[in-house]
Design a protein around this ligand. Structure first.
Ligand code: ADP
Ligand code: MG
Length: 267
């Protein structure tokens, strides 16, 4: 069995669509037959809630795994979506930062746990791991980047978006130089996009001018159906498959798969 592709969904800014992208991209990949593990690495646990796993239903969490108390296998939970399993987060994850400060292999806690899982019988069929990162460039995000083959950056087209973008790009470069030579930027996805807004269009032009085809052709439109879905504990793709937001995430998944294929061919 080939190794799964591990992709972090990262941006140090909150509210840019990381969790929404993680949930809906995972769902779209599972829908085309991939076996997906979504790792919730945000203490807020929005990816877990958004997939219908309430705080009360979470047993072993990613905190327990990073702290070394449990194996990843114990955290992995079924979801309502065939082909998609979840490692949920709990609020205690907020403390991991400080608790791990002197710990052994503190940057590689997630990587080690994932390797253990995907080389075990239970995790052997996983083809994609997506990591929903917290809104910071903290030890948690570093753990995600240290484990990842690729990064997808969701970006909201607003003032200062480019400054934020260069910060995360620098972090990826540092991680590549120091702890994970494999990591590459798969792409930047423009989220909550509003064609009628001049600033949106201006920022989009700037970002495409800087990063060229690293920016996905697909943009995710601002769509109220997307923001309603989490309160029903469902991905937008299940809540309203036909809405423009869901359709955009399906298109994004196909671009992600295409990029994976051309990368695999080039390798
Ligand atoms: P992050 O994980 O980066 O903090 P979220 O994915 O949680 O961001 O999104 C922030 C908020 O914006 C959430 O309430 C979410 O439902 C909403 N949202 C995300 N994407 C869209 C979209 N395309 N259209 C409308 N609302 C969106
Ligand atoms: Mg989030």
């Amino acid at each position: 069995m080939a190794n799964p592709r591990i992709i972090s969904i990262a941006n140090q800014k909150g509210g840019v669509g990381k969790t929404t992208t993680a949930i809906n991209l995972s769902t779209a990949l599972a829908a085309v037959g991939e076996k997906v593990l979504l790792i919730d690495l945000d203490p807020q646990g929005n990816a877990s809630t958004g997939l219908g796993i309430s705080a009360a239903e979470r047993g072993v969490t990613t905190y327990d795994v990073l702290s070394g108390e449990y194996r990843m296998e114990a955290a992995v939970t079924e979801t309502d979506i065939p082909g998609l399993v979840l490692a949920p987060a709990g609020v205690d994850l907020a403390g991991a930062e400080i608790e791990l400060i002197d710990a052994d292999r503190r940057h590689f806690r997630l990587k080690d746990a994932l390797e253990d899982y995907t080389s075990s019988e239970k995790g052997a069929d996983i083809t994609y791991v997506l990591v929903d990162c917290p809104p910071s460039l903290s030890l948690l995000t570093i753990n995600a980047l240290a484990s990842s083959d690729a990064v997808i950056i969701p970006l909201q087209c607003e003032f200062f978006a480019l400054e934020g973008l260069s910060q995360i790009l620098r972090t990826i470069d540092t991680v590549r130089a120091r702890i994970n030579p494999m990591i590459e930027l798969q792409g930047v996805v423009l989220t909550m996009h509003d064609r009628r807004n001049n600033l949106t269009n201006q920022v989009e032009d700037d970002v495409r001018g800087h990063l060229g085809d690293k920016v996905y052709r697909t943009v995710i439109p601002r769509n109220v159906r997307i923001s309603e879905a989490p309160s029903h504990g469902k991905p937008a793709l299940l809540y309203d498959l036909k809405c423009p937001g869901s359709q955009a995430y399906i298109q994004l998944a196909s671009e992600v798969i295409q990029r994976e294929r051309s990368r695999a061919k080039a390798a």
